[in-house]
Design a protein around this ligand. Structure first.
Ligand SMILES: *[C@@H]1O[C@H](CO)[C@@H](O)[C@H](O)[C@H]1NC(C)=O
Ligand SMILES: *[C@@H]1O[C@H](CO)[C@@H](O)[C@H](O)[C@H]1NC(C)=O
Ligand SMILES: *[C@@H]1O[C@H](CO)[C@@H](O)[C@H](O)[C@H]1NC(C)=O
Ligand SMILES: *[C@@H]1O[C@H](CO)[C@@H](O)[C@H](O)[C@H]1NC(C)=O
Ligand SMILES: *[C@@H]1O[C@H](CO)[C@@H](O)[C@H](O)[C@H]1NC(C)=O
Ligand SMILES: *[C@@H]1O[C@H](CO)[C@@H](O)[C@H](O)[C@H]1NC(C)=O
Length: 548
């Protein structure tokens, strides 16, 4: 069927993972990368859940703030084997996906940073599943889930689940011990969106959560997150791939020019993704081109069989001579079409698109006489976690990964802000008319409610990676539009005392990307975690029981 072998889904691994268009938080990759596993490494030992940790569920109200009587079962898993009375409860927040894979990677694996912290403190470890993800939902999430079922999926309700759960927490093995926050310090740990929650939950519920570790937490909600790609551009250059970025910038100009005319637009889509690809919008095609960057935040240039290193090696090598280009790249001497053709013929590209989008495009090497069964790049997602997360960013957080216009532009102009909004409207056709989704994400409301750049809850440690695309909206941001003169300090603040707004208690991991301090294989990660655990030991000395 194929003119030559292509890298298939199997080799890319995680065949069932379907990541949507729109803001890429990389839940699946994060889970893998955090335990030092590439998505191509499928042979990790797995345990039945019951052997690893007990799966339990707590009945929680869907509506913490009104009178709606509905409830749902929220799943969680408990690691109790290290517990000694008087020690803290640690809650690891899994975030916007099925939490079950984290049973292995967070509670069971000896290399889990979370398990190590729980053990170090003789604590109890809890893995928490977020409402509307995995099995912690009152309704099955699909493309046809009625809009009104999403009413209780928002930041405030999901945060309120934590005190409702913690204040009623018991373990049968330790039934005589009051494990609720009244007598036991609770510590909240999360990275990425859960990192945001780590900061927010300490701010909103300081009586419940005593301290938090907020890794790679973009606490400032913002619609335009085109800077996501600037971070990748800068990171690639810092790692010595200037020839690659120069060529990508040139290729993108060429691609945009081709897309601007109907006949050449159809031709270039077919060239990259095969027969049937020409039927897609320029915008959908532009979004598909960005999938080459998806591995960056969790793996930088390594990690997957469609890694940035493999892509850049391909782009930078002249197939006729085997020569590798100098810093200026090939496009300058050979023309941008040369580089675009290289991109189109990268053997992994078709499989990569099919991995991230719900498509089965033939790709460059497909049979040119047969149309693809499904190369519709413009289709909404059918994956439950993707739908729930889309609802969250479309309603509240924004984070639209639109093109980074300007001299470092590595994404087609057709991936515009408007197109990113269209993704929301397409995923939830009744969203706006139902009154549930705003015309655009309600970022101002979120920032007012929780503080955005100004959030400084006490007893919270903020960490981040130098080249993490999400650093740009975190308290470690150095973007031109972020507050100026904010000093990062490793001096441990007093227990219960917030830093001033021109100071952040945290740590920047040089050369690192997204949540790298949760990877025990990243050497600097231990430095970051040690600052937190040292601070926690100090703060715990000041914990006061609210009961006798
Ligand atoms: C392409 O598909 C057609 C129809 O199935 C088949 O006849 C033809 O041999 C295929 N060509 C190649 C090169 O695989
Ligand atoms: C409770 O105790 C039993 C028996 O010792 C043990 O198998 C189980 O793992 C414990 N559960 C927790 C949550 O610690
Ligand atoms: C979700 O779907 C499964 C399988 O079809 C079904 O067993 C289950 O009852 C459904 N759950 C809800 C809450 O509707
Ligand atoms: C607390 O837990 C008990 C038993 O696990 C349950 O019966 C009760 O309804 C819970 N209370 C709340 C407020 O969730
Ligand atoms: C191309 O797109 C049009 C309009 O969306 C659709 O009706 C048609 O079926 C598509 N054709 C193919 C081959 O997918
Ligand atoms: C050029 O490309 C090669 C292959 O990707 C890369 O290893 C090398 O670091 C690049 N050199 C420069 C100067 O950009």
């Amino acid at each position: 069927m194929w003119k030559r072998p292509v890298v298939g889904l199997m080799l890319l691994g995680l065949a069932e993972a379907v990541i949507p268009p729109g803001p890429f938080f990389g839940f699946e990759d994060r889970v893998d990368a955090e335990v030092g596993r590439g998505p191509d490494d499928g042979n990790l030992q797995t345990f039945p859940t019951t052997q690893a940790a007990t799966v339990l569920a707590e009945t929680l109200p869907l509506d913490h703030f009104g009178n709606y009587p509905g409830t749902f079962e929220n799943r969680y898993w408990v690691l109790g084997q290290f517990y000694q009375p008087g020690s803290p409860v640690f809650i690891y927040d899994s975030g916007e996906g099925n939490a079950e894979p984290n049973v292995q990677s967070r509670l069971v694996s000896q290399t889990s940073f979370f398990r190590q912290i729980v053990q170090e403190f003789n604590g109890i470890g809890i893995l928490w599943e977020h409402r509307y993800y995995g099995a912690s939902s009152h309704v099955n999430i699909s493309r046809t889930t009625p809009m009104e079922e999403f009413r209780w999926l928002n930041t405030a309700q999901a945060l309120a689940d934590i005190p409702a759960f913690a204040n009623n927490f018991t373990l049968s093995n330790f039934s005589s011990i009051d494990l609720t926050p009244a007598s036991t310090p609770w510590v909240f740990i999360g990275g990425s969106y859960p990192g945001i929650r780590a900061a927010l939950v300490r701010k909103k519920y300081p009586e419940t959560i005593f301290a938090s570790f907020a890794s790679s937490a973009p606490v400032q909600a913002q619609i335009d997150m085109s800077v996501y790609f600037d971070q990748i551009y800068g990171g690639l250059n810092a790692l010595g791939f200037k020839n690659c970025t120069n060529d990508i910038v040139a290729a993108i100009k060429y691609i945009d020019d081709q897309l601007s005319k109907a006949d050449t637009a159809a031709a270039i889509k077919k060239q990259y993704l095969g027969v049937g690809a020409d039927n897609n919008s320029n915008e959908g095609f532009a979004e598909a081109l960005t999938y080459i960057y998806n591995s960056w935040q969790s793996y930088q240039v390594e990690g997957t069989l469609a890694s940035m290193r493999l892509f850049c090696d391909w782009i930078s090598t002249n197939p006729e001579t085997g020569a590798v280009s100098g810093e200026e790249g090939w496009a300058k001497s050979k023309g941008a079409k040369f580089t675009s053709d290289r991109w189109a013929t990268w053997p992994q590209f078709g499989a990569l698109v099919n991995y991230y989008a719900p498509t089965s495009c033939a790709g460059y090497y497909g049979n040119s006489t047969v149309g693809s069964p499904n190369c519709r790049l413009d289709d909404p997602s059918s994956s439950p976690a993707v739908i729930s997360w889309a609802y969250q960013y479309c309603s509240e957080w924004g984070f639209f990964h639109s093109t980074n216009l300007g001299p470092n532009q590595i994404v087609s102009s057709y991936n515009s802000l408007k197109y990113q909004q269209d993704i929301c409207n397409r995923q939830f056709p009744q969203g706006i008319s139902s009154g549930l989704l705003p015309q655009q994400p309600g970022v101002d409301k979120i920032n007012q409610e929780y503080g955005g750049w100004g959030i400084r809850p006490s007893n919270v440690f903020f960490s981040g990676g130098e080249f993490d695309p999400w650093r740009t909206l975190s308290l470690l941001s150095e973007e031109s539009w972020a507050p100026k003169g904010v000093k990062l300090t490793q001096d441990i603040p007093e227990e219960g005392v917030s830093t001033a707004t021109d100071e952040v208690f945290g740590y920047l991991l040089k050369g690192a990307s997204h949540c790298f301090d949760f990877q025990t294989t990243w050497s600097d990660g231990a430095n970051s975690r040690n600052i937190f655990t040292t601070a926690l030991k100090k703060w715990l000395g000041n914990f006061k029981k609210k009961t006798n």
